[in-house]
Design a protein around this ligand. Sequence first.
Ligand code: SAH
Length: 490
Amino acid sequence: MKKNDTFVVTIEDMGVHGEGIGKYEGMAFFIKDAIVGDRILAGVTKLKKGYGYARLIEVLEPSEKRVDARCTVARQCGGCQMQHLRYDAQLALKQDKVRDNLQRIGGFSPALLEEVMEPVVGMDEPFRYRNKAQFPVGTDAKGEPVFGFYAARSHQVIPIQDCLLGVRENAQILEQVRTYMKQCHVAAYDETTGQGLVRHVLIRKGFHSGQVMVCLIINGDRLPQEEVLVALLCEVEGMHSISVNVNRERTNRILGDEVRLLWGEPFITDTICQVREEGIDNDRWEETKEGEYSGDFLPTGERVTFEISPKSFYQVNPVQTEKLYSLALSYAQLSGEEIVWDLYCGIGTISLFLAKKAKHVYGVEIVPEAIEDARRNARRNQIENATFFVGKAEEIVPEWAREQKMRAAGQRPDVIVVDPPRKGCDERCLETMCQMQPSRIVYVSCDSATLARDLRYLTDHGYELKRVRPVDQFCHSMHVETVVLMSKKN
Ligand code: SAH
């Protein structure tokens, strides 16, 4: 076989990036946009030893799980990988992925997994869930500004009318920015020449608060006639914060360091509310006729309000984040007497959520600005029983444990929560966690392979796997979050 050869293949499996996998002449082919059950005509794009890549030319017999993608540019845009796969099938795929990793990498028996695994938590309506969008700005053939996404493996901007994962306000905001750019003769930034002003439009929305933030990332200190932009953007319902971010560097990094406020407050707020575990499979968010999540909800339990600035880290799917953290809270089984350590705490989202039900929470995070946010948000919510440390979890935690400082200060944890990045926990961190002997460890993971590896370590050092529940935070992609409860063996 050689490049551009075509062949007919049946897709038997799905890969880690949501691509279809089919076998032809003993070789496994990875084929983007094809789904399990499809019979397709494919064209070879790349050959490697024993496997290859191909592109989908035509679907000959569609899989029974195939649906029409709702978005017209779903194939070109890299944002979604599986919009053409029925949502229940997406969820099943994610459940299987977590189970397979726990079995294969973690070495847990199918019988145990059958017992401890609960069904993946999906969304009622897996669209319009993103509270943040960053649109690159380009110029079309007529010289007019366009907003959209980068074409695959390039930085050419493909325009979109409306991204169906994002909020409705996005389209209106982009239209207002376009009007401003045309009216005031403001050019889009051109990466190849380094000329032009507007690079990206960053939009964030608080789902509970309804507040909207717009930040234009510009290749300069200021925009001409900024008041025109402000007036246009203020027509958008919920507008709360308008700023520019200066980025003059010729890099792929989107945000620069400096943010200058043009109008409103420097941040928007949003709230994370507890969802009762019994109700977790139903979105409390009432859907409006347009299929968008409305901010009305019934308060059912704990709630924490966060300030979000253009540069803050904040979970992008607020509907599922509430479910994820509510599960973590439920797994932690807090009575109000516990000392809790929240490692890899970010801006303290989980820490502050747990603080309401614990005696004291200690958060550890490597990024200093995130800890500043955490402390400010603690004050904002009048939470006094949370303390935050800047540093690496694998250094701070052993340091405290080693000197027995924790015991003396009454800080020995009853519960440890970890929410590490994809690479999982450092072994030094796991080792100290086990030495500290908390009754429970709650592991929130965004990568089930490293999760499986770390759970194996904990299992070999005195802990037992009790509960596992995947949560679909990133619908139409292969990413899956998982919450796990480990208990100390008696
Ligand atoms: N729990 C938070 C953030 C989780 S993301 C939330 O839900 O919002 C993982 C966090 O771990 C990031 O904020 C990252 O900066 C931090 N991190 C990465 N490596 C770390 C380390 N070695 N020690 C402590 N924190 C780390």
